[in-house]
Design a protein around this ligand. Structure first.
Ligand code: SAM
Ligand code: SF4
Length: 315
């Protein structure tokens, strides 16, 4: 289905939990998560909503969180979603900590690829930014994802000035011999730690690594793509602040407690839990119609209007 600005809405991001086994300081700095199990959607409820969404033209589903792999039975949920008629692609965003355990099972369940978040290659800095996480576990997860052919693996790096900008060249270097998509993401002002001083525009990467050569990206992609000459992997810049991509936004979001969000950076939420049949379809249509042309002002000075921490939205 198209929204009122003629954008075809084909992509649903499903947050399956607010819980996380890390505490990234820009995402959930106070580490609080208060929802009880009965407050979050069951697998059956999620499947019913995605089935209805598929009838309206949703083709791609991303499983996210919190950390999706901490939700018990997550592999079964992935299989249930992959089996829904009309759903062509199921992907996941994860911190990778539990991927060593789950990568093969996810692939078998119909997950085609994963995005893995990794903001530093230094074990001490990793502990610091994630509130105690072990870099080795995340790296083992990346290796497991490769072994399970969850390809192409996308590595998400949030650019944080004064924290990891010194590692930009080392991150880019990873793409020389590895067929992975590295994506630098501008830090979004969601109320987490790190103020405007830490914000770096995506173009910083091009200043630090001038040898990067632009290339065409996929249709509908939110990244500008580059490659090292002869490099096997690619480097993407996702710049929600310096070059917002609202004009091609094709997505809806579903929170773990059952609220549809037409836009990441708006506080508009449409409850969908308990709706069935035509009422459920109409709620989804209402959400698509409610997509704004673009989000409100979002820059290093203006906090997102999302009204929630990122771990309760899913990125
Ligand atoms: N736990 C999973 C993970 O970390 O990949 C999935 C959920 S996490 C909320 C999804 C993505 O949002 C991650 O890549 C994370 O780095 C990103 N993210 C969280 N807070 C952000 C912020 N303030 N600005 C930019 N990206 C953010
Ligand atoms: Fe957890 Fe992902 Fe947020 Fe880090 S970014 S705290 S891994 S939900």
């Amino acid at each position: 289905m198209k929204d009122q600005y003629q954008r075809e809405i084909t992509y649903l991001r499903v947050s399956v939990t607010d819980l996380c086994n890390l505490r990234c300081r820009y995402c959930m700095p106070d580490g609080v998560c208060q929802k009880a199990h009965q407050d979050i959607l069951s697998f059956e409820e999620i499947t019913e909503i995605v089935t209805a969404a598929a009838r309206l033209g949703i083709r791609k589903v991303r499983i996210t969180g919190g950390e999706p792999l901490v939700r018990r039975g997550i592999v079964s949920l992935c299989r249930m979603i992959a089996d829904i008629p009309g759903i062509q692609e199921v992907v996941m965003t994860t911190n990778g900590i539990l991927l060593e355990k789950y990568a093969q099972e996810l692939k078998q369940a119909g997950v085609s690829r994963v995005n893995i978040s990794l903001d530093t290659l230094n074990p001490e800095k990793y502990r610091k930014i994630t509130g105690g996480g072990e870099l080795d576990a995340a790296l083992a997860g990346i290796r497991a994802a490769r072994a399970a052919e969850l390809n192409p693996i996308k590595l998400n790096v949030v650019l944080i000035g004064g924290f990891n900008d010194d590692e930009i060249p080392a991150f880019v270097e990873l793409t020389r011999d590895n067929p992975l998509d590295l994506r630098f993401i501008e830090l979004m002002p969601m109320g987490g730690e790190f103020g405007k001083a830490a914000y770096l525009p995506g173009d910083t990467v091009l200043e630090r690594v001038p040898s990067l050569v632009p290339e065409a990206g996929e249709d509908g992609s939110v990244s500008r793509m580059f490659r090292l000459p002869g490099g096997q992997g690619r480097v993407g810049l996702i710049s929600p602040l310096s070059r917002h991509f609202c004009g091609t936004c094709n997505r809806l979001r579903l929170t773990s407690e059952g609220h549809l969000k037409p836009c990441l950076h708006s506080n508009q939420e449409i409850p969908v839990r308990g709706k069935h049949g035509e009422e459920l379809l109409e709620t989804l249509r209402t959400t698509i119609r409610a997509k704004p042309r673009q989000h409100g002002v979002l820059d290093a000075e203006h906090l997102s209007e999302a009204g929630r921490a990122m771990n309760t939205i899913g990125g």
